[in-house]
Design a protein around this ligand. Sequence first.
Ligand code: CO
Length: 178
Amino acid sequence: MAVMKILVYGDPVLRKVAEPVTDFGPNLEQIAADMLETMEKGDGIGLAAPQVGLSIRFLVIGLPVEEEGVRKMITLTLANPEIVAESEELATCEEGCLSLPEINIQVERPEAVTVNYQDLQGNPQVLEADDMLAVVVQHEMDHLDGVLITDYLPMLQRTMMRSKLKRLSEEHASSTQG
Ligand code: CO
């Protein structure tokens, strides 16, 4: 297993529409393991493949939940996810992103979604997500289409954040040179 480098705002890979996953099995298992390790190290609860420079429709989730007083971890690996149903009810949550350090943005999304996807072996699966899991899966799926949480900001707030984002992408550019 290896920790991968997380791309930061300004990297063009984050803005690309990712390609479908076609290579299942050992290769994808390795990518999943590395991405989960990278996500945990970054204290994230989800990570999409484009964030580690892989422009494929793949994401991982590691969400701590408490059920009847028992803490456990929901770990999910989704290839080629597709939302097939969503609730009319919307919910707003303050979201962060490992590719946008120190930025939190209120994002409104459907409160529950049904997602068709393929597992690491390519078998079709269905995920019924609500609450925090619905937030994470929709956030990570946005990454597969090159969408970032800053895109949800109203125009005025986006303008106000422009200098902060510019600084982020410049810091990133200089750190890759150094
Ligand atoms: Co993100």
